[in-house]
Design a protein around this ligand. Sequence first.
Ligand SMILES: Nc1ncnc2c1ncn2[C@@H]1O[C@H](COP(=O)(O)OP(=O)(O)OP(=O)(O)O)[C@@H](O)[C@H]1O
Ligand SMILES: [Mg+2]
Length: 442
Amino acid sequence: MKLFDPHGFGSSVVSYAGLLEKIEILRSTLRWAPRLERAEIEKLLNQSNALRDEVMQLSRKERFVEAAADTHDSHDAPDAEDKPEALTPSAHRRREALIERSFIFEGIFGDNPKLLAALEIAEKAAPTDLPVLIDGESGTGKELMAKVIHANGARSERPYISVNCGAIPDNLLESELFGHRRGAFTGASSDRKGKFESAHTGTIFLDEIGELPLQGQVKLLRVLESHEIQRVGSDEPIAVDTRIVAATNRNLRELAAQGQFREDLFYRLSVIHVTLPALRERRDEIPLLIAYFGDEAAGQLKRRPVKLTPKLRDFLLTYAYPGNIRELRNLVYRLSCLAGDTADIEHLPDDIRPGPAAAALRLVESEMSGAPLSLSDAKRAASDEAERAFLERGLQETGGTVAELARRCDMNRSHLQMLLKKHGIRSKDFRHAEKPDREKES
Ligand SMILES: Nc1ncnc2c1ncn2[C@@H]1O[C@H](COP(=O)(O)OP(=O)(O)OP(=O)(O)O)[C@@H](O)[C@H]1O
Ligand SMILES: [Mg+2]
C-alpha cells in the first residue's frame, strides 16, 4: 500500500505540517478500517508511525535551523504569499514574521495562536520600560517569557536579576530586595546590595509575585512609584532604574478581591498583561513538542533520539499534563535516559503509568484536587474520566468531526453534542488546519 507521494507535497517547511496531517488522517482511517486483518493494520500503523517520527524530526529541524538561517538571508526566503494557502497556516506565518524581525525566542517553541499572541505582545512591550505581568499555570514558560522580554528590549546587555518572591523568608525580604547597611540587624556584618540595586539599568524579574506578603507589597509599591530604594538600616534614598517583569501562577485579580494582594500594586504591575496557555489548550502541538524535546534530550544525553511504542505515544498524546510543558519535557528526558532504542509505557513514572492504581490516583489528584473522596464520588469521577477520554480520543481520530464520531459510535448526534458540552470539549479544537475532504459537521 502506498502511504503517500512525497513529491506531491513540495519541499517547503510547511509541507511537513501538511504531511503530518495526512499521516494522522491515514492512521485514524486505518484504525477504523473494517476489512483489514488486525496484523495488517498493526503493520501499517507501525509504518505510518515511523514515517511520522521521521517527518517530525525534519519538521523540527526545518523550523528551527533553516528558518533561522532564512532570517539572515531573508531575500532568499520564499515569499509566504506565493505558497498555496493550505501550506501556509497563519500561525506559521506569524512565527516566520517574528523570526524575520529578529525576534529572540529564548527557546520558546510552538505555533499555538495563544502562544504567538503572547509573543507578539512581548515583542511590542520589550523595547518599552512598561511593567509586564506574566501569568499562566505552572510550567507554561513564564520564566522563559520574562527572559524573552529582557532579551528583546533595549536593556538586553544590562543585568537581568531574578527574584523568587515565594522563596524568601518574610524577615529577610526587605534586605533581599533593597539591601542593608552593616549592623542593621543581627548577622548584617557588612553593607549589602539588594536585588533592585543589582538590577539597576537592567530588568528585575519578580517571580511568584502572588506569594509576596502584604508588607512586602507595600514596600514594592513605594519603589515602583518613587524609583528609589532605601537599604535596611539607612535613611539615604538610592535611585534605581529597573524594568519590572513579574510572574505568577495565581489569579492576582482574585487574590486582590480576597484582600490578599494589593489592587493598586496589581494595576501597577500589569500595565502589560500576558497570559500563557496551558498545554491542554495547545494539545495539537504535543507531537511536535515530543519530537523537539526528544531531539534536545538526545543531544544532551549524546544518544540517538528515543523511539516510542504506539501505546506510549498514544498515552503521551492524551495525557493531561497538569505540570504543562515542564512535565512533558521532563517525561521525554526521562524516557530518553531510561529506555534503550525504544521507550514503552513501563518507562513512565509509577504515578502516571496507565493502570487501575495510577488511574485512581490521577482521579483523586486531578478531579477532586485533594478533597476526600467517597466511593460513589470516585466511581462517578472514574466514569466521567473514561467518558471524557473516549470523546477526546474519538474527536482526535475523526479530526474533530462530530457527525463522523456519532456515526462510528452509533450514537445520536445531539446526545453526543450534549456530552461534549458537559465536558467543555470543543470539537473545533480537534480540527486539522487543512480540513480533510470528508463529511463536515454543521
Ligand atoms: N513554549 C515552550 N517551548 C519550549 N520549552 C518550554 C516552553 N514553555 C516552557 N518550556 C520549558 O518548560 C520548563 C518550564 O518553563 P518555565 O520555568 O519558564 O515555566 P514557569 O511557567 O515559570 O513554571 P513555574 O510556574 O512552575 O515556575 C522549562 O524547562 C522550559 O524550558
Ligand atoms: Mg517559573
